[in-house]
Design a binder for this molecule. Sequence first.
Ligand code: AMP
Ligand code: GLY
Length: 425
Amino acid sequence: MKIMVIGGGGREHAIIKKIKQNKNVNEIYALPGNGGISADAKCVNIGAKDIEAIVEFAVSNLIDYAIVAPDDPLVLGAVDALEKKGIKCFGPNKAAAIIEGSKVFSKNLMKKYGIPTAEYEVFESADKALEYIENAPIPTVIKADGLALGKGVIIANTREEAREAVKGMMLEGMFGSSGSRVVIEEFLTGPEVSVLSFTDGKTVVPMVSSMDHKRAGDNDTGLNTGGMGTIAPNPCYTDEVAKECMEKIFIPTINAMNSEGRTFKGCLYFGLMITPRGPKVIEYNCRFGDPETQVVLPLLKTDLLDVMMAVTEGRLSEIKVEFEKESACCVIMASKGYPLSYQKGYEINIPEEINDKVYVAGAALKDGKLLTSGGRVLGVTAIAPTLEEAIEKSYGFVSEISFENAFYRKDIGKKALDIIKNGKE
Ligand code: AMP
Ligand code: GLY
């Protein structure tokens, strides 16, 4: 089989490494991929948002199956365009991808179908939003409606910060047209859990739970990033919480999307907060999380391509999806300065024997050398029987890798370990 994976980060590398294990796979193309991914797939210089070129490439290269990984092409309708040409895909169509593409849509969906989430109001005019803020409880949470590279959420700790956020999004175009409508919502508290799931619109199969570390600095300080590391499973996601999520969130969401005529097929990501009043949805993503995928997929025992094809063909209920009972930890090695400005072009040295533990997010190949080319450069994952061992192992691998200006958090998994040891956060 000829497989095409759209995207070019650590998540896509993790998907490709897993897909490679299927013996029916002869060739894998990554569009655009990156310098590190090129060790595992043929990288083609077509951007993930260039739907026309993607479709043309798929047709002329007789691609059998396409995996659309990032949010942008999904929200733009890449799956619809590929399917129109008869190419089978993993990923939701445009109508379903709106669950991530519009926060107003997802909040209204949850309200309509009684799915637990933070209380909220939608605003289309800055005046109304500013007026509302004068009496809103503080802290308050302001969210741009559309996609904003994961940065469209501002937690305002003072009324002044809330005003600034509204003005920035609605009047100054901080997130372009994504911020022309905003959601202002109740500030929730509690540990966060990411649950990725496979769904074909009839059956929903949650994957092993995980925990992201979004802030740039140790002990959750500094700026928000795309994610500085992950662990799986997440100790806050107990069997009891999982059962409640299945009954009150996962199945109702799949049913709600069906009722709206927007059947979701692909990977549906539930960003959850375990509040004192039970689990609530913080966000939905219409795709695999990054860097959650770098801990979840290495624990998947069942063949990934088999599961994906079952999703596409609507027969997920026939497949038993199994995960290892072990723990995983992924430490992101970034360029110093990320998420703001940073230097690129430094040579990356990875010992051959740990290559299979490394997912490359931002690197380019030049004259046979791997050079840094992004903010997040590598994800380094280890698996072990316990979380403590997985953390130790992944930091061990990190210490064997070097590039100039490398920086990484030293406390990935620490919070989870404390929860395991002390029972509570
Ligand atoms: P999102 O991009 O929607 O995942 O939001 C980014 C981060 O903002 C989340 O991971 C949470 O830590 C935080 N967040 C979002 N919504 C809320 C909320 N209603 N209450 C508290 N924190 C939130
Ligand atoms: N790690 C969070 C996300 O993929 O949106």
